[in-house]
Design a protein around this ligand. Structure first.
Ligand SMILES: [Zn+2]
Ligand SMILES: [Zn+2]
Ligand SMILES: [Zn+2]
Ligand SMILES: [Zn+2]
Ligand SMILES: [Zn+2]
Length: 397
């Protein structure tokens, strides 16, 4: 009886199940199952991130190492000094520029290992303390022969005030980079000298040959001064007066040089030229030296911070009076160099006297500080002027 009722119950259950199946919709009509919501993780006990107090490369609170954000010599997070990885004077980590403050006898920077150059203040190199290399006679043969690394000599022209075209000689240093910034040396030549005489002309003297560009190459190759661009002006005798020379510099030479060569002069912003006058030198030879005094120092000191007078000859005290009354006195002069050939019948004695007058008479010049005298045991010639320029370029740049 029990067995029978069990069977009945089972068959009843099966019938109900079948019935339920029959009333269910077909699989095609099944609505899409909604996406299963991701299981929310069981909240852990709350843990705020470490606020990190970086010090000397690690966090004082959690001990984590500082991820270091180097900028200009230090880590902005922990203050640790940058270990510096130098390449060409720039740190690859923090971007700092090395100022090459100290260097060895070969002018290699003691900090970053970059090649730099000797640079003189008050007659001593600020990087290594040495004195400039000076000669009071014909330069040694090793400085006269061609250097291993030679610059380039070019010819250019400038248009004088009034429209006349005039030749210009140009020396560009070895490895010249037209995107660089080079110090500028302007040479004003004396009577009967032509523009290339201060660059590539071969001057035959004392059974030797003097080529000025060779001397410039050696100065740069031995890192005795910074690489520079030099431009030579045809002799100044054909210029009507010192005002004309001043206009020539301002209106013709500076704009042409700024446009064509990589100096510190911004061709698009002449108003900024006075700011870089320490990077500009005017060197005058013989009559060119007289123009350097009266046209350059007296009238154009706003644009030029270095002057060299080679065989200036004039002992007129009026020079000092004129310079005192000019705006030179209100300006700092980076460097003034007087050069004479002691055996120069034209200006030997006068040069020494003129140098003394000028340096003693002007507050902006101090002998041995920013004013230097170079005497050469020769005459009114390229022996004196090559040795003089060799010295002056070191004092200036
Ligand atoms: Zn921490
Ligand atoms: Zn750090
Ligand atoms: Zn660094
Ligand atoms: Zn350095
Ligand atoms: Zn040095």
């Amino acid at each position: 009886m029990l067995k029978k009722s069990c069977c009945l119950l089972l068959s009843l259950f099966c019938a109900l199940l079948l019935c339920a199946c029959a009333s269910a919709p077909s699989s095609a009509e099944v609505p899409p199952t909604p996406p299963i919501a991701e299981a929310t993780p069981t909240p852990e006990p709350s843990k705020t991130p470490c606020p990190h107090e970086w010090k000397d490369g690690a966090c004082l609170l959690c001990g984590e190492a500082c991820p270091h954000e180097w900028e200009n010599g230090v880590c902005l997070l922990c203050g640790e000094p940058c270990p510096h990885e130098w390449e060409d004077g720039v740190c690859l980590l923090c971007g700092q520029l090395c100022l090459h403050e100290a260097h060895d006898a070969d002018a290699v920077c003691l900090r970053c290992g970059a090649q730099c150059w000797h640079r003189y203040e008050s007659g001593l190199c600020t990087g290594c303390g040495r004195e400039p290399l000076l000669f009071d006679d014909l330069l040694p043969e090793e400085y006269l022969r061609p250097a291993a690394h030679q610059g380039q000599c070019l010819e250019d022209t400038i248009t004088w005030p009034g429209g006349r075209s005039y030749p210009l000689s140009v020396y560009l240093p070895y490895g010249y980079d037209e995107n660089g910034r080079y110090d500028l040396v302007i040479v004003a030549l004396g009577d009967n000298n032509h523009a290339p005489d201060c660059t590539e002309t071969v001057h035959k003297l004392h059974k030797t040959e003097i080529v000025l560009s060779n001397i410039y190459d050696h100065l740069i190759e031995e890192h005795l001064c910074a690489p520079f661009i030099l431009v030579g002006l045809e002799h100044v005798r054909s210029m009507p007066d010192f005002d004309f020379f001043d206009r020539l510099l301002r209106e013709s030479l500076f704009p042409t040089v700024a446009r064509n060569y990589a100096t510190w002069l911004d061709p698009d912003d002449p108003a900024s030229w006075p700011e870089v006058r320490e990077h500009v030198a005017l060197c005058g030879i013989s009559r060119g030296a007289v123009y350097t005094l009266h046209g350059g120092m007296q009238k154009a000191a706003d644009l030029i911070g270095n002057f060299c007078c080679l065989s200036m000859g004039t002992s007129r005290l009026s020079v000092v009076d004129a310079l005192r009354e000019s705006d030179l006195g209100s300006r700092s002069i980076h460097c003034f160099v007087g050069v004479t050939g002691y055996n120069d019948p034209l200006s030997g004695v006068g040069d020494v006297r003129s140098y003394r007058h000028i340096v003693d008479g002007l507050d902006c010049l101090q002998d041995g500080e920013n004013a230097f005298f170079v005497g050469v045991h020769d005459a009114h010639n390229w022996v004196t002027w090559s040795a003089g320029l060799f010295a002056a370029l070191q004092y200036m740049f």
